[in-house]
Design a protein around this ligand. Structure first.
Ligand code: SF4
Ligand code: SF4
Length: 121
């Protein structure tokens, strides 16, 4: 009987460890994908309203690129310079929507690219 419990606990333990390593692999994959998208972004600022009513946290740099002043804490309710409230979300969640000058967005361009070209991009 004791042997049974030891074996069962071991199986539970090993299965938890396997699940844990699957979870770790999955989280690593998500991080990898997030970095892939981050690297595509050319910091044109269009998705943060640079060519419209910009977000109050958007900052233009000397090289004509835009940066978010609160990037690591950006998600949530924010306001534009004009005082309009909106939700700052991950850009992948708004890829299917329109914003002013979204034709500049390198991520959108990448999405529209045929698979054969994506492999060489
Ligand atoms: S808070 Fe969001 S919308 Fe505002 S600048 Fe940062 S990333 Fe852009
Ligand atoms: S519109 Fe696209 S390329 Fe421009 S800052 Fe936003 S995510 Fe980056």
């Amino acid at each position: 009987m004791r042997f049974y419990f030891l074996t069962r606990n071991r199986i539970i333990y090993e299965s938890a460890m396997n699940k844990n390593s699957e979870l770790k692999r999955y989280l690593r994959h998500l991080k990898f994908k997030e970095n892939e998208w981050e690297n595509l972004c050319i910091k044109c600022g269009a998705c943060c309203g640079a060519y419209d009513d910009p977000c109050r946290h958007l900052k233009k740099s000397g090289n004509n690129k835009f940066h978010c002043r609160i990037y690591s804490n950006r998600l949530g309710t924010r306001k534009t310079v004009g005082g309009e409230e909106f939700d700052c979300v991950l850009v992948k969640e708004i890829m299917h929507t329109y914003w002013k000058n979204d034709c500049l967005c390198a991520c959108k361009k990448y999405l529209k690219m045929p698979l054969s070209r994506k492999k060489n991009a």
